[in-house]
Ligand binder design. Sequence first.
Ligand SMILES: [Zn+2]
Length: 283
Amino acid sequence: MLSFILCTCLLFLFIYTLFPFVMTRVCGIGVANQGKDQSKVALTFDDGPDPYYTPRLLDLLKEHRIKATFFVLGSRAELYPDLIKRMHTEGHQIGIHNYLHKSNWLMSPFCVRRRHIERSADIVEQITGERPTFYRPPWGLLNLGDLFLLRKSYRVVLWSVMGRDWKLQSDTTQWKRSITQQIQPGSIILLHDCGKTLGADEGAPGQMLAGLPSVLEDIRIKGFRCVRADEILTNTKCSFSQRSASMSPRTKLLGGIERGAKASWHYEEAANGAAAYPTDPIR
Ligand SMILES: [Zn+2]
């Protein structure tokens, strides 16, 4: 009897955690982790905003005229609304990375959805007037329910390039080398602008910031353009009407204003209007 219970528990754990892991992280099913555009790569920054590092990163991106995607924690967005506002005003995309940096494996799909994603989306929407539609789970870990429940409203975006920029490296060139060696057409690059999450080093974003200009230079030499994740993920099934349907009533009301007043900078580098919105097929 005990062995039966043990086997049942193990089977449940496997189905709830490892099955979605294999589907998403190994097979790339149900998530976007690579763009199809051969001339672009996307820079994405997780775990922020951070009052010390994020402004410096925004300055650097502005200097290089680059738009990026920030997967923010709702709790930190609540603490630093001015940084969220600045990201939005300067044309960056804001996605959700849970309210707290907690693994989805330890939560029910309902908890993930309501207490983390929707709560964080509400916070960002209240600050910017625009509801995020992109989501990246902490450590890229989805549970079984997320795999099926999130896809209607959110684009789940992982990555194809990752250095160990969340840890301080004794060799400062190590993470840069790791990143630049992996970059390919359509790469989605994972970086971190906050070092206050579990397993990270608090000063690591400083090292990332010091090395980022040379990574950007390498990307430029390779002939790629850095864009937001929603721009690189082309050929989507998620049309604007579908995206609009996922917006809250408040955002729908603001939609006309948003699209009219901010489209010029928000999607200024998009190839055309259709491609300016989240686009990638969910694989
Ligand atoms: Zn994270």
